[in-house]
Design a binder for this molecule. Structure first.
Ligand code: 4AD
Ligand code: MG
Length: 430
């Protein structure tokens, strides 16, 4: 008989199928076992009536422990009471491998315990919902750029120089030379954008973030578009169009998962462009009016972003941060070079920065001065400076952090559940 998956069980209504999966839970009433079988694509209730199976099968189901792997064959029946609309009437049942006592029971466990058992925790309903939303976000990201003339380029993970400041570098030995795990593909993206016009890179990036927060990981995935002949304002147009597209796709594809997570989707429905665009100075005024004591010229901390984003019902774009708090490559504003042509997109509901980017400095001499000014090794940037020597153009781009986006769209209080195996401060197991 046909093997079926829970996700596509509707296609098999009235026919006999086999489901291969794990016993998530079980309830019995003497003559009937109600088996909750999870096959990875979903969970379905399989109803085993004593008179319909052999005594050995009924006994095997009775003894079957939580998370044992099982093979269940039976007829698919529509059932209005089922959360997925279907059940299976069991014809035969076999245990593939009996599970030892499973550490994660339906009762509540502390987060530390669940994180230690992350490899098993991934089997839970909630983790399934989150990681399915993540997969949809990733697909939406790829579709957005692939369908709009951006070429996918892969930038290196092993790099000889810093992109986002020297304090968060993971250092390693590269045949006797110092090398680092990449913090961002941007600098290489600027080279490929000069070669192909519009490009994007999408891969893991690394930051040795030495503080424990609910928004930082040591290893996270970033998508980075980079566009030649593009200024700061055009960059913002792309960022808001892109982010609204991603949210709309998740709303379209993952209603069931968002419901599982009890996500208030009305907040996500409001994510439509245009997003409010706020100059840094204006943002500081709003912050101070709402009780922040942020000093002049300071970068925003997580708490500032939370206060700021709670004033709006959709993402906002803060632009023109002080040059002093941003990376060396940011183009200075022509009118007032204390500010740079940077932009951050801050997600609502207190989530804060999900996108960072801006217009890049395209002038050779100004860029050299900035590298020197930040005490960075000029020799490491020779090839990067070449891009300003051979047909330099105004160009811009940004980076979106996938995990922060997942946390926001799913409405999670912490970033640790947004990636299968999070790398956190002093924690690398499992
Ligand atoms: O603002 P960031 O540092 O910008 C860059 O790296 C630019 N070079 C990108 C570009 O213009 N191509 O990082 C971009 C985004 C942040 O907005 C945030 O979403 C995410 O990456 N991010 C992190 N996510 C999780 N954990 C961390 N430690 C993160 N650091 C940055
Ligand atoms: Mg940033």
């Amino acid at each position: 008989m046909a093997r079926a998956t829970v996700e596509r069980i509707a296609e098999h209504t009235g026919t006999e199928v086999t489901i291969l999966g794990w016993l998530a839970a079980k309830r019995s009433s003497g003559k009937i076992h109600f088996l909750q079988v999870r096959d990875g694509t979903g969970t379905i209730q399989c109803v085993m009536v004593k008179s319909q199976v052999t005594p050995e099968e009924f006994e095997a189901a009775d003894r079957c422990t939580q998370e044992s792997s099982v093979a269940v064959t039976g007829t698919v029946r529509e059932d209005a009471r089922s959360p997925i609309g279907f059940e299976i009437d069991v014809k035969s049942f076999a245990v593939v491998s009996a599970s030892e006592p499973y550490p994660i029971s339906p009762k509540d466990h502390g987060t530390a315990f669940l994180m230690e058992n992350r490899h098993l925790w991934l089997r839970s309903r909630r983790q399934h919902a989150i990681l399915r939303v993540r997969a949809s976000i990733v697909r939406a990201i790829r579709d957005y750029f692939d369908d709009r003339g951006f070429l996918l380029v892969d930038t290196p993970i092993l790099t000889p120089a810093a992109c986002e400041g020297t304090t968060t570098l993971f250092e390693l030995d590269y045949f006797g030379e110092k090398a680092y795990l990449t913090q961002s593909g941007q600098l290489y993206n600027e080279a490929t954008a000069a070669a192909f016009g519009k490009v994007y890179a999408f891969g893991p990036t690394f930051r040795a973030e030495k503080s424990k927060t609910r928004r930082h990981l040591m290893e996270f995935w970033m998508v980075e578009p980079e566009m030649s002949f593009c200024d700061l304002w055009q960059n913002m147009d792309v960022a808001e169009d892109f982010l609204s597209y991603v949210v709309a796709r998740v709303l379209e594809e993952r209603r069931f998962e968002l419901a599982t997570l009890e996500r208030d989707t009305s907040a996500l429905e409001k994510v439509v462009k245009p997003f409010p665009r706020i100059h840094y100075e204006e943002a500081v005024k709003i912050l101070r009016a709402n009780g922040s004591d942020i000093p002049d010229g300071d970068d925003f901390g997580g708490d500032d972003e939370t206060i700021l984003t709670k004033q709006f019902d959709r993402p906002i774009i803060v632009h023109h941060y002080p040059s002093a708090v941003k990376a060396f490559y940011m183009k200075r504003d022509a009118q007032d070079p204390t500010y740079c042509m940077s932009m951050d997109v801050l997600a609502p509901e207190g989530y804060g920065e999900v996108i960072g980017g801006g217009q890049r400095e395209e002038d050779l001499a100004v860029l050299q001065a900035a590298i020197e000014g930040q005490g960075l090794p000029m020799e490491a940037f020779g090839w990067y400076l070449d891009l300003r020597r051979f047909g330099s153009v105004p160009h811009s781009g940004f980076g979106l952090g996938v995990e922060r986006t997942v946390a926001w769209i799913c409405g999670l209080p912490h970033i640790r559940e947004t990636i299968p195996f999070p790398r956190m401060l002093e924690k690398i197991t499992p």
